[in-house]
Design a protein around this ligand. Structure first.
Ligand SMILES: [Zn+2]
Length: 345
């Protein structure tokens, strides 16, 4: 039987928990396709899955990672939407397709929703089988490495800014960590929507990159207090929307820089998930705090069309061989990379 290599976590912990394992090459079930993976995109989510999250149970062992690009090399029965040989992206959210949420275009709210590499086996493998609904044609402008780095981040950022915060042209948005995966997506989406974009980044090199992505103003979060900097940049007015994913270390300041009627939208808590909230500020300033996870497959297909048209760019920092997944996680955790990290199987 043919075998393949994949990255598996059997127990939570340090970088040494990322095991390279041999498994049989999977056969696609009905309505599923097999993708010969050429590149695997890493996300901050990978580090949570490896380390574990207090109070949350991951179904270990898990094949890691949520993003990938490759070539369809086998079809299950009943698949008509793609062919063998098609270059595709893997869409990271799997849902039932039959419930009210799915059929209303909110598949990320499906009660049977799974993120690849988080609640079911993921993409860090030479071959993956996914429902045919979970592959999309690869934008022609992108290489496999670039394509593997965009789905989860852009899907998340799009849902936050477009669907949840309803950011409009002419409004001002603050994007935290503008060189992170979701941050660099958010800067580009906000710019495309016609918003005034203020972003933060750690250090002059990251600041220059975020500026090049289209941010109007970049605050060096290592050198400046972002609250004071935003107030100075906006003539004390503050911003309409804050794009949050850092959590405890920034949340209080994020509320402070919001204008009356402002919206804070969050998808993560990389520096901690417990924060204090003044209800007085919340109601006096008529603020909205919006949670968001992932996004719909329909919106993601729309985002990929914008990639096809050259409206967005993939922010790729580095590719590493799959065998160096531990080193890739170290770079992720230390925020050492200037953009996305991609593994090559
Ligand atoms: Zn569903």
């Amino acid at each position: 039987m043919a075998t393949m290599r994949c990255v598996v976590v059997r127990e939570h912990g340090g970088f040494d928990r990322l095991r390279l394992e041999e498994r049989p090459v999977p056969e696609p079930q009905a309505k599923c396709v097999r993708v010969h993976v050429r590149a695997v995109g890493l996300n901050h989510l990978d580090t949570w899955v490896r380390r574990g999250v207090p109070g949350h149970t991951f179904p270990l062992p898990l094949v890691m990672s949520s993003d990938a690009a490759g070539v369809v090399d086998a079809l299950g029965t009943g698949v008509t939407s793609v062919r063998e040989g098609d270059a595709v992206l893997v869409l990271p959210g799997v849902s039932c397709g039959a419930c009210e949420a799915c059929q209303s275009g909110h598949d990320q709210l499906c009660r049977d929703y799974h993120i690849l590499g988080e609640s079911c086996d993921g993409t860090s493998a030479e071959f993956v089988c996914v429902p045919a609904a979970n592959v999309a044609p690869m934008p022609k402008r992108l290489s496999f490495e670039q394509a593997a780095s965009v789905c989860l981040a852009f899907q998340t950022a799009w849902n936050m800014l477009v669907r949840r915060a309803e950011l409009r042209a002419g409004e001002t948005v603050l994007v935290h960590a503008g060189m992170s995966g979701v941050g660099s997506a958010a800067v580009q989406i906000a710019k495309l929507l016609g918003a005034q974009v203020i972003a933060t980044a750690g250090g002059p090199e990251k600041c220059a990159k975020v500026k090049a992505l289209g941010a109007h103003h970049v605050i060096d979060s290592r050198a400046q207090d972002f609250v004071a900097a935003v107030k100075a940049l906006t003539g004390k007015a503050g911003v309409n929307v804050v794009f949050e994913h850092t959590g405890a270390s920034t949340f209080d300041g994020s509320l402070k820089v919001l204008q009356r009627g402002g919206r804070l939208v969050t998808c993560g808590a990389t520096t901690g998930g417990l924060v204090q909230l003044s209800l007085h500020a919340l109601f006096f300033k008529s603020l909205s705090i919006l949670g968001s996870t992932m996004g719909s497959k329909g919106d993601l297909r729309h985002v990929l069309r914008l990639f096809d048209q050259g409206r967005f760019e993939a922010v790729l920092a580095r590719t590493l061989p799959m065998a160096e997944v531990g080193e890739a996680h170290r770079l992720l955790e230390e925020r050492a990379a200037l953009g996305k990290l991609v593994l090559l199987p």
